[in-house]
Design a binder for this molecule. Structure first.
Ligand SMILES: [Zn+2]
Length: 353
């Protein structure tokens, strides 16, 4: 078998929250386990690598230990507290958000009940947590770690079929259907393996605010993102503006390229070309591509109108750098076209320089 190796784990299928709560209404989840099957069917013919459990060293460099402890225990706390019997809710949904408006000037407190505690880490109500969520998110990190290890060992490009996605997970928070930041873990793992500078390129329709935050004050991992303009009212709402360029030693190491709603291939690829050029001129010796395919025209979450041909061309642009790359799955929710979009990107990337 030839082509980009595909790293996956069956454990990533165990996260199945069925719903997301948006403006107080429970809607059917779009980030579903069958996304994995759809992608596996699309990438058929490429070598499959099953990721086993990896150690926590890099994960703990990327995320706050309190977030990791919460995610690992929340589903069990929820079950034991009896919310399923009491109100029929089987998933962890944040209820109270300790924003500065509530906490400013007061002693630090930690709520006792898990429904009130969840808002210390979960920053939206859409990202539910249930039995299997932690195991799946941790397995997605394992996929990213195995892929980064293969690239560090000399494979030119490896695709990590991470699910749930990760780029909205911040250092100490989860949200936007993301729990652990797979792309940030891959970048940090490449740094630990000896790459002095790593460039993250984020192609998801939405800015990866988690990845941006984790590396905002660092110059050794650059972050470039092409996404729908948050000023047009899109997730992540607060971040992804062009004037966010990094801070401290990371000043100038963040590039946000927001695009208007409805942007198609031509304008999108112009921005991707700019992001890829900027990343390769940064002096990076390795890439992490956050491959969200929810910018595709058919995607139910898509504010943009990119085609499979657009994704193929984006892959060719990233591949043309000749840099070793870990391609990490982010969003993409239209099951009939999902596998084809991922494959189109990989075919473009595989063409190389
Ligand atoms: Zn997205």
């Amino acid at each position: 078998m030839t082509g980009t190796p595909v790293v996956w784990s069956p454990t990533t299928l165990r996260h199945d929250v069925e719903q997301e709560v948006w403006v107080g209404v429970a809607l059917p989840a779009v980030e579903v386990p069958s996304r994995v099957d759809a992608i596996l069917a699309g990438v058929d013919g490429r070598p499959l690598v099953e990721a086993g459990p990896q150690d926590d060293t890099v994960l703990r460099e990327v995320h706050d230990p309190d977030l990791l402890d919460f995610l690992a225990t929340a589903a069990g706390r929820w079950e034991r507290a009896g919310y399923a019997d009491e109100v029929g809710q089987r998933r962890v949904v944040p209820y109270l958000f300790p924003t500065p408006a509530l906490t400013d000037g007061m002693p630090a407190r930690v709520p006792v009940r898990v429904h009130a505690d969840a808002g210390r880490f979960g920053y939206d109500t859409c990202t539910l947590l249930g039995p299997g969520t932690w195991e799946a998110a941790r397995a997605a990190v394992d996929c990213a770690l195995v892929a980064a290890g293969m690239v560090a060992d000399g494979r030119p490009t490896v695709y990590a079929l991470c699910r749930p996605p990760g780029h909205h997970a911040t250092r100490a928070g989860y949200g936007g259907s993301c729990y652990l930041n797979n792309a940030a873990v891959a970048a940090q793992a490449l740094r630990s393996a000896g790459h002095r500078r790593v460039a993250v390129i984020d192609l998801d329709a939405h800015q990866g605010n988690g990845t941006a935050q984790i590396f905002y004050d660092r110059g050794d991992v650059t972050y470039a993102s092409v996404h729908v303009d948050p000023a047009a009212g899109w997730f992540p709402h607060l971040y992804g503006y062009a004037d966010e360029t990094g801070a401290g030693t990371g000043e100038g190491a963040t590039l946000n390229l927001p695009l208007p709603e409805g942007t198609g291939d031509e304008q999108w690829l112009q921005a991707v070309r700019r992001a890829v050029g900027w990343a390769s001129e940064s002096g990076a010796s390795a890439l992490v591509v956050s491959l969200g395919v929810d910018a595709a025209v058919d995607d139910p979450e898509s504010p943009l109108a990119v085609t499979a041909g657009g994704y193929r061309a984006a892959g060719a642009l990233a591949g043309s750098t000749g840099l070793p790359a870990v391609v990490v799955q982010e969003g993409g929710y239209h099951l009939p076209s999902l596998g084809g979009l991922v494959t189109a990107y990989l075919e473009g990337h595989e063409a190389g320089p």
